[in-house]
Design a protein. Structure first.
Length: 326
Protein backbone atom coordinates (compact mmCIF):
# COMPACT_ATOMS: atom_id res chain seq x y z
CA UNK A 1 0.00 0.00 0.00
CA UNK A 2 1.47 3.44 -0.85
CA UNK A 3 0.41 7.05 -0.61
CA UNK A 4 -0.28 9.13 -3.69
CA UNK A 5 -1.49 12.72 -3.44
CA UNK A 6 -2.26 12.08 0.23
CA UNK A 7 -4.53 9.20 -0.77
CA UNK A 8 -3.95 5.58 0.16
CA UNK A 9 -3.58 3.11 -2.67
CA UNK A 10 -4.45 -0.58 -2.72
CA UNK A 11 -3.25 -2.07 -5.97
CA UNK A 12 -4.77 0.03 -8.75
CA UNK A 13 -7.39 1.55 -6.43
CA UNK A 14 -7.16 4.93 -4.74
CA UNK A 15 -9.16 4.87 -1.52
CA UNK A 16 -11.63 7.62 -0.72
CA UNK A 17 -14.07 8.31 2.09
CA UNK A 18 -15.55 5.66 4.37
CA UNK A 19 -19.11 4.73 3.42
CA UNK A 20 -19.77 2.49 6.42
CA UNK A 21 -18.01 0.91 9.35
CA UNK A 22 -18.59 -2.15 11.52
CA UNK A 23 -16.75 -4.24 14.10
CA UNK A 24 -14.84 -6.25 11.50
CA UNK A 25 -14.61 -3.94 8.53
CA UNK A 26 -14.79 -0.58 6.83
CA UNK A 27 -16.41 0.07 3.46
CA UNK A 28 -14.72 2.74 1.39
CA UNK A 29 -15.41 4.29 -1.95
CA UNK A 30 -12.39 3.99 -4.23
CA UNK A 31 -11.35 4.88 -7.76
CA UNK A 32 -9.72 2.60 -10.27
CA UNK A 33 -6.81 4.79 -11.38
CA UNK A 34 -6.56 2.91 -14.69
CA UNK A 35 -10.19 3.35 -15.76
CA UNK A 36 -11.44 6.20 -13.55
CA UNK A 37 -14.39 4.08 -12.43
CA UNK A 38 -15.63 4.14 -8.84
CA UNK A 39 -15.80 0.92 -6.82
CA UNK A 40 -16.66 0.02 -3.23
CA UNK A 41 -13.93 -1.72 -1.23
CA UNK A 42 -14.62 -3.68 1.92
CA UNK A 43 -11.56 -3.69 4.16
CA UNK A 44 -11.45 -6.58 6.62
CA UNK A 45 -9.15 -6.89 9.61
CA UNK A 46 -7.55 -10.37 9.52
CA UNK A 47 -6.79 -10.47 13.25
CA UNK A 48 -10.41 -9.73 14.15
CA UNK A 49 -11.69 -12.37 11.72
CA UNK A 50 -9.35 -14.99 13.20
CA UNK A 51 -10.14 -13.96 16.78
CA UNK A 52 -13.90 -14.28 16.23
CA UNK A 53 -13.54 -17.47 14.15
CA UNK A 54 -15.16 -15.87 11.11
CA UNK A 55 -12.77 -17.30 8.49
CA UNK A 56 -15.18 -19.87 7.04
CA UNK A 57 -18.03 -17.36 6.92
CA UNK A 58 -15.90 -14.81 5.06
CA UNK A 59 -14.65 -17.49 2.64
CA UNK A 60 -18.24 -18.55 2.03
CA UNK A 61 -19.34 -14.99 1.36
CA UNK A 62 -16.52 -14.43 -1.14
CA UNK A 63 -17.18 -17.79 -2.84
CA UNK A 64 -20.89 -17.02 -3.05
CA UNK A 65 -20.38 -13.63 -4.66
CA UNK A 66 -18.01 -15.17 -7.19
CA UNK A 67 -20.66 -17.73 -8.12
CA UNK A 68 -23.46 -15.25 -8.77
CA UNK A 69 -22.72 -13.10 -11.83
CA UNK A 70 -26.05 -11.47 -12.64
CA UNK A 71 -27.19 -7.98 -13.74
CA UNK A 72 -29.34 -7.59 -10.61
CA UNK A 73 -26.66 -8.63 -8.10
CA UNK A 74 -23.80 -6.45 -6.81
CA UNK A 75 -20.71 -7.82 -8.53
CA UNK A 76 -17.49 -8.84 -6.82
CA UNK A 77 -14.66 -7.57 -9.01
CA UNK A 78 -11.59 -8.95 -7.23
CA UNK A 79 -10.12 -9.94 -3.87
CA UNK A 80 -6.73 -8.81 -2.58
CA UNK A 81 -4.83 -9.22 0.67
CA UNK A 82 -1.94 -7.82 2.68
CA UNK A 83 -0.48 -9.30 5.86
CA UNK A 84 -3.13 -7.63 8.02
CA UNK A 85 -6.04 -6.80 5.70
CA UNK A 86 -8.37 -8.38 3.15
CA UNK A 87 -9.80 -6.17 0.42
CA UNK A 88 -12.99 -7.15 -1.40
CA UNK A 89 -13.52 -4.94 -4.44
CA UNK A 90 -17.20 -4.57 -5.34
CA UNK A 91 -19.27 -2.82 -7.96
CA UNK A 92 -20.22 0.63 -6.68
CA UNK A 93 -24.00 1.14 -6.68
CA UNK A 94 -24.85 4.81 -6.22
CA UNK A 95 -28.65 4.81 -6.16
CA UNK A 96 -29.01 3.98 -2.48
CA UNK A 97 -31.16 1.36 -0.76
CA UNK A 98 -34.60 0.42 -2.02
CA UNK A 99 -35.67 0.89 1.60
CA UNK A 100 -34.90 4.63 1.35
CA UNK A 101 -37.06 4.86 -1.76
CA UNK A 102 -40.00 3.35 0.13
CA UNK A 103 -39.48 5.76 3.04
CA UNK A 104 -39.31 8.74 0.68
CA UNK A 105 -42.38 7.77 -1.36
CA UNK A 106 -44.31 6.08 1.51
CA UNK A 107 -45.15 3.26 -0.91
CA UNK A 108 -44.48 2.47 -4.55
CA UNK A 109 -47.03 2.42 -7.34
CA UNK A 110 -47.96 -1.07 -8.42
CA UNK A 111 -46.14 -0.99 -11.77
CA UNK A 112 -42.92 0.25 -10.15
CA UNK A 113 -43.18 -2.33 -7.36
CA UNK A 114 -43.77 -5.06 -9.97
CA UNK A 115 -40.64 -4.03 -11.91
CA UNK A 116 -38.44 -4.30 -8.82
CA UNK A 117 -40.13 -7.56 -7.83
CA UNK A 118 -39.53 -9.04 -11.29
CA UNK A 119 -35.85 -8.13 -11.05
CA UNK A 120 -35.68 -9.53 -7.52
CA UNK A 121 -37.16 -12.87 -8.60
CA UNK A 122 -34.85 -12.99 -11.64
CA UNK A 123 -31.79 -12.57 -9.40
CA UNK A 124 -33.00 -14.86 -6.62
CA UNK A 125 -34.00 -17.62 -9.04
CA UNK A 126 -30.57 -17.33 -10.66
CA UNK A 127 -28.90 -17.68 -7.24
CA UNK A 128 -30.97 -20.79 -6.56
CA UNK A 129 -29.94 -22.25 -9.93
CA UNK A 130 -26.34 -21.92 -8.67
CA UNK A 131 -27.33 -23.51 -5.32
CA UNK A 132 -26.88 -20.21 -3.48
CA UNK A 133 -29.49 -19.18 -0.89
CA UNK A 134 -29.36 -15.59 0.36
CA UNK A 135 -31.31 -16.02 3.65
CA UNK A 136 -31.51 -12.31 4.50
CA UNK A 137 -33.56 -10.73 1.73
CA UNK A 138 -35.11 -7.40 2.76
CA UNK A 139 -35.33 -3.88 1.26
CA UNK A 140 -32.24 -2.75 3.20
CA UNK A 141 -30.18 -5.33 1.27
CA UNK A 142 -31.55 -4.26 -2.11
CA UNK A 143 -29.74 -1.39 -3.82
CA UNK A 144 -30.77 0.67 -6.85
CA UNK A 145 -28.26 1.62 -9.53
CA UNK A 146 -28.06 4.77 -11.64
CA UNK A 147 -30.38 3.22 -14.24
CA UNK A 148 -33.04 2.43 -11.65
CA UNK A 149 -32.34 -1.30 -11.64
CA UNK A 150 -32.24 -3.51 -8.58
CA UNK A 151 -28.99 -4.90 -7.13
CA UNK A 152 -29.03 -7.54 -4.40
CA UNK A 153 -26.25 -7.07 -1.84
CA UNK A 154 -25.02 -8.52 1.45
CA UNK A 155 -24.48 -12.26 1.11
CA UNK A 156 -23.06 -12.53 4.63
CA UNK A 157 -25.73 -15.02 5.75
CA UNK A 158 -25.95 -16.91 2.47
CA UNK A 159 -25.76 -20.69 2.31
CA UNK A 160 -24.23 -23.18 -0.11
CA UNK A 161 -25.11 -26.91 -0.52
CA UNK A 162 -22.24 -27.93 1.79
CA UNK A 163 -24.20 -26.47 4.70
CA UNK A 164 -27.15 -28.81 4.17
CA UNK A 165 -27.36 -31.75 6.52
CA UNK A 166 -27.87 -35.39 5.49
CA UNK A 167 -31.60 -34.68 5.08
CA UNK A 168 -30.75 -32.17 2.34
CA UNK A 169 -32.10 -29.28 4.41
CA UNK A 170 -30.62 -26.19 6.04
CA UNK A 171 -30.99 -25.93 9.81
CA UNK A 172 -29.36 -22.62 10.79
CA UNK A 173 -31.87 -20.08 12.05
CA UNK A 174 -30.91 -16.71 10.61
CA UNK A 175 -32.33 -13.69 8.85
CA UNK A 176 -34.37 -10.70 9.94
CA UNK A 177 -37.43 -11.65 12.06
CA UNK A 178 -40.13 -9.83 10.04
CA UNK A 179 -38.92 -11.41 6.79
CA UNK A 180 -38.18 -14.96 8.03
CA UNK A 181 -40.24 -17.85 6.65
CA UNK A 182 -42.22 -19.92 9.19
CA UNK A 183 -40.28 -23.12 8.45
CA UNK A 184 -37.01 -21.39 9.37
CA UNK A 185 -38.34 -20.90 12.90
CA UNK A 186 -39.62 -24.48 13.23
CA UNK A 187 -36.19 -26.06 13.76
CA UNK A 188 -37.08 -29.04 11.56
CA UNK A 189 -34.99 -27.97 8.57
CA UNK A 190 -35.94 -25.92 5.53
CA UNK A 191 -35.20 -25.51 1.84
CA UNK A 192 -33.27 -22.33 1.16
CA UNK A 193 -35.16 -21.61 -2.07
CA UNK A 194 -38.68 -21.70 -0.60
CA UNK A 195 -37.55 -19.68 2.43
CA UNK A 196 -36.02 -17.01 0.15
CA UNK A 197 -39.25 -16.80 -1.87
CA UNK A 198 -41.25 -16.15 1.31
CA UNK A 199 -38.95 -13.19 2.02
CA UNK A 200 -39.52 -11.96 -1.55
CA UNK A 201 -43.26 -12.05 -0.88
CA UNK A 202 -42.83 -9.92 2.24
CA UNK A 203 -40.72 -7.48 0.21
CA UNK A 204 -43.42 -7.20 -2.49
CA UNK A 205 -46.01 -6.50 0.21
CA UNK A 206 -43.79 -3.79 1.76
CA UNK A 207 -43.11 -2.14 -1.61
CA UNK A 208 -46.81 -1.82 -2.34
CA UNK A 209 -48.17 -1.22 1.17
CA UNK A 210 -45.40 0.87 2.72
CA UNK A 211 -45.46 -1.27 5.86
CA UNK A 212 -44.82 -4.87 6.94
CA UNK A 213 -47.41 -7.67 6.75
CA UNK A 214 -46.08 -9.08 10.04
CA UNK A 215 -45.01 -6.46 12.57
CA UNK A 216 -45.24 -7.03 16.31
CA UNK A 217 -42.97 -5.77 19.09
CA UNK A 218 -43.41 -9.08 20.93
CA UNK A 219 -41.41 -11.79 19.16
CA UNK A 220 -43.70 -14.61 20.29
CA UNK A 221 -46.71 -12.79 18.84
CA UNK A 222 -44.78 -11.99 15.67
CA UNK A 223 -43.74 -15.60 15.07
CA UNK A 224 -47.22 -16.89 15.84
CA UNK A 225 -48.65 -14.61 13.15
CA UNK A 226 -45.95 -15.67 10.71
CA UNK A 227 -46.68 -19.35 11.44
CA UNK A 228 -50.35 -18.82 10.63
CA UNK A 229 -49.73 -16.24 7.90
CA UNK A 230 -52.08 -13.84 9.66
CA UNK A 231 -52.08 -10.69 7.53
CA UNK A 232 -54.45 -8.64 5.38
CA UNK A 233 -53.80 -6.81 2.12
CA UNK A 234 -54.62 -3.09 1.85
CA UNK A 235 -57.61 -2.09 -0.26
CA UNK A 236 -55.39 -0.53 -2.97
CA UNK A 237 -53.77 -3.88 -3.88
CA UNK A 238 -55.11 -5.09 -7.22
CA UNK A 239 -56.79 -8.54 -7.23
CA UNK A 240 -53.85 -9.99 -9.19
CA UNK A 241 -51.26 -8.70 -6.73
CA UNK A 242 -53.35 -9.87 -3.80
CA UNK A 243 -53.67 -13.41 -5.21
CA UNK A 244 -49.94 -13.68 -5.91
CA UNK A 245 -48.95 -12.46 -2.45
CA UNK A 246 -51.31 -14.99 -0.87
CA UNK A 247 -49.60 -17.76 -2.87
CA UNK A 248 -46.13 -16.61 -1.81
CA UNK A 249 -46.97 -16.03 1.86
CA UNK A 250 -48.29 -19.55 2.18
CA UNK A 251 -47.07 -20.95 5.54
CA UNK A 252 -46.80 -24.44 4.03
CA UNK A 253 -43.52 -24.51 2.05
CA UNK A 254 -44.64 -27.63 0.18
CA UNK A 255 -47.55 -25.81 -1.47
CA UNK A 256 -45.97 -22.34 -1.66
CA UNK A 257 -45.67 -20.98 -5.19
CA UNK A 258 -42.32 -21.68 -6.86
CA UNK A 259 -40.28 -19.32 -9.02
CA UNK A 260 -41.15 -21.40 -12.11
CA UNK A 261 -44.85 -21.00 -11.35
CA UNK A 262 -44.39 -17.29 -10.65
CA UNK A 263 -43.01 -16.71 -14.16
CA UNK A 264 -46.34 -18.00 -15.49
CA UNK A 265 -48.41 -15.78 -13.20
CA UNK A 266 -50.49 -13.21 -15.11
CA UNK A 267 -49.78 -10.32 -12.69
CA UNK A 268 -46.04 -11.08 -12.62
CA UNK A 269 -45.73 -11.33 -16.41
CA UNK A 270 -47.14 -7.89 -17.14
CA UNK A 271 -44.37 -5.81 -18.77
CA UNK A 272 -41.76 -8.44 -17.90
CA UNK A 273 -38.47 -8.37 -19.81
CA UNK A 274 -35.90 -11.07 -18.94
CA UNK A 275 -32.34 -9.81 -18.44
CA UNK A 276 -29.69 -10.55 -21.06
CA UNK A 277 -26.32 -11.69 -19.75
CA UNK A 278 -23.68 -14.41 -20.11
CA UNK A 279 -24.78 -17.27 -17.89
CA UNK A 280 -21.68 -19.35 -18.64
CA UNK A 281 -19.06 -17.13 -17.01
CA UNK A 282 -16.09 -19.17 -15.77
CA UNK A 283 -15.62 -18.99 -12.01
CA UNK A 284 -12.22 -19.15 -10.30
CA UNK A 285 -12.23 -19.71 -6.53
CA UNK A 286 -8.45 -20.15 -6.15
CA UNK A 287 -7.93 -16.79 -4.42
CA UNK A 288 -10.55 -17.47 -1.74
CA UNK A 289 -8.11 -19.56 0.30
CA UNK A 290 -5.11 -17.53 -0.83
CA UNK A 291 -6.22 -14.35 0.94
CA UNK A 292 -6.00 -16.21 4.25
CA UNK A 293 -3.01 -18.47 3.55
CA UNK A 294 -0.78 -15.54 2.56
CA UNK A 295 1.63 -13.66 4.81
CA UNK A 296 -12.74 -9.35 1.71
CA UNK A 297 -15.19 -6.59 3.43
CA UNK A 298 -18.50 -6.44 5.02
CA UNK A 299 -20.89 -3.55 4.92
CA UNK A 300 -21.68 -1.51 7.99
CA UNK A 301 -24.35 -4.08 8.89
CA UNK A 302 -21.82 -6.95 9.16
CA UNK A 303 -21.42 -6.81 12.93
CA UNK A 304 -25.17 -6.41 13.31
CA UNK A 305 -25.75 -9.59 11.30
CA UNK A 306 -23.41 -11.55 13.55
CA UNK A 307 -25.22 -10.28 16.64
CA UNK A 308 -28.56 -10.90 14.94
CA UNK A 309 -27.78 -14.60 14.40
CA UNK A 310 -26.83 -15.02 18.05
CA UNK A 311 -29.85 -13.09 19.31
CA UNK A 312 -32.22 -14.96 17.01
CA UNK A 313 -31.01 -18.33 18.31
CA UNK A 314 -31.77 -17.22 21.84
CA UNK A 315 -35.05 -15.52 20.95
CA UNK A 316 -36.37 -18.39 18.86
CA UNK A 317 -35.53 -20.93 21.57
CA UNK A 318 -37.64 -18.81 23.90
CA UNK A 319 -40.45 -18.52 21.36
CA UNK A 320 -40.47 -22.25 20.60
CA UNK A 321 -40.73 -22.99 24.29
CA UNK A 322 -43.61 -20.53 24.57
CA UNK A 323 -45.42 -21.97 21.56
CA UNK A 324 -45.12 -25.50 22.97
CA UNK A 325 -46.77 -24.31 26.14
CA UNK A 326 -49.74 -22.89 24.24
Amino acid sequence: MNATSNRLRVGKYELGKTLGEGTFAKVKIAKNVETGENVAIKVLDKDKILKHKMVEQIKREISTMKLVKHPYIVQLLEVMASKTRIYIVLEYVNGGELFDKIVHQTRLKEDEARKYFQQLIDAVDYCHSRNVYHRDLKPENLLVDANGNLKISDFGLSALPQQCRADGLLHTTCGTPNYVAPEVINDKGYHGATADLWSCGVILYVLMAGYLPFDESNLMTLYRKIHKAEFTCPSWFSPGARRLIMKILNPNPKTRITAAQMYKNEWFRKGYTPPKFDEEVRINLDDVDAVFSESTVRTKSFAWHVRCVRMLKHEISFVRAGLRRQ
